[in-house]
Ligand binder design. Sequence first.
Ligand code: NAP
Length: 493
Amino acid sequence: MGSSPEAVIIGAGFGGIGAAIALHRVGITDLAILEREDDLGGTWHVNRYPGLAVDIPSTTYSYSFEPNPNWTRLFAPGAELKRYADHVADKYSVRRFIRFGVAVQSAQWDEEQQRWRVTLDDGSTLTPRYLIAATGFLSQPHTPDIPGITEFAGTVVHTTAWDDDHDFTGKRVAIIGTGATAVQLIPELAKRAGRLTVFQRTPIWVVPKIDFPIPSPVRRLFGRVPAAQRAVRRVTDAIYEVIMIAGVLHFRQLNPLNRGVAQLGNAFRTVSVKDPKTRAALAPDYDFGCKRPTYSNEYYRSFNRPNVELQAGGIERITAEGIVTADGTAIDVDTLVLATGFDLWDANFPAIEIIGRDGRNLGKWWRDNRFQAYQGISMPMFPNLFNLAGPYSYSGLSYFTTIECEMIHLQRVLGEALRRDATVVEVTERANDAFLAAMTERLDDTVFNAGDCASSRSYYFNHAGEATLLRPTSTANAFRDAETFPLTDYDYA
Ligand code: NAP
């Protein structure tokens, strides 16, 4: 066996950093955080394309226990999130545990040793007692297998591997994808490219972004009086929570609110896009909320520029010179930008091979038996494993809400294990079944089940057509559950 920290956390993004803080709080300090990248911050380290910013107000998109008075805008640029990750990792003494450039291949429960055997890419192993997978949802980039893509002779840039040195000035640029990433990137590319062709498969809902700089006197006030920032956070939390609860989670009962927001999106498109054909092609034909909606004041207006063209008829193939559309038009391209998102359901559930008790393979078990995880974090037959980006874990308000609920969960379960002198904890089948049944029932009221999502191609749905990514409850409910779930929902040995 290799060296054996008590706990291993996979991933040094905000989830992994939060998990490390939670372990500290219960006294587990013998830990290693394994990070495949060369720096911390997860998605905020990897993504650095022009235009990158949060799309949830920064007051809400941060740890509640570590408000950041330095956000320069309500929706902070991506680089500020990276700086915030560095700050938290340093302030909470997390950085010293991180081993950079270490990729995990697989993890297997060793029944005899009652520990996990974690195999790294170089073949070496670690054997921690506790394993926390903090690998995120959006961490495995998706490269589409469009015929001919490997034959393209120009430059290909995926948005998760941005080449800061690549000069777009005057180039013939094509971008594939119109998700949240593309909505931020397209206005920036439009300013630089000689010609920009946007290849859209599914239109996205876009609503105005109410964004503004936070004046320095206000930032100074936030620095001196954190309670003032907390008060603002309560407001931004409440606004987003209401949108989530009324617009998405209780669509069946409250769909007029959802329809109202959709009308706003329609009106916004109507006043923003001049060309009627382009405007019509940009109109989504599925309900608002089926897939992640976006906020931008510039995206729609970009299509009014003479150098920007929307192609919504489909791609037939890619050639050495460019892209051939379904109607046979050949478009020459110098630089091909792939804003094609992430591979969630094939590559990310789980992100590494995980084998539990009796050889149960987590990925196979999920696919054979429905995606499920008690409180979004633990599964029966996988002792001492906490998987942060699990089915039903993501509370739609902000990923930080998810992380903080999971921190409370970890602290309660591991604290109880320490009190009982137990070295193995495992969620019971009964608790897991009851949680899955409750989530399944709640899904029925959501836009995912009660709305029209057929044409949305949303990554919220798995291959079986179940929307098992988001936790279909309010944030208040998620926190209440984290704080009060019966500790007897776990077995301790
Ligand atoms: P995405 O939402 O999955 O969008 C990927 C885009 O690529 C979609 O338009 C998709 O079309 C298109 N695509 C994929 N394969 C294709 C193919 N073979 N042919 C044609 N088009 C193809 O990915 P994303 O834009 O990177 O965003 C992912 C998530 O990251 C967001 O939902 C959001 O949660 C997060 N994000 C957050 C921020 C932020 O500000 N906080 C910014 C960016 C992203 P279809 O829709 O037809 O599949």
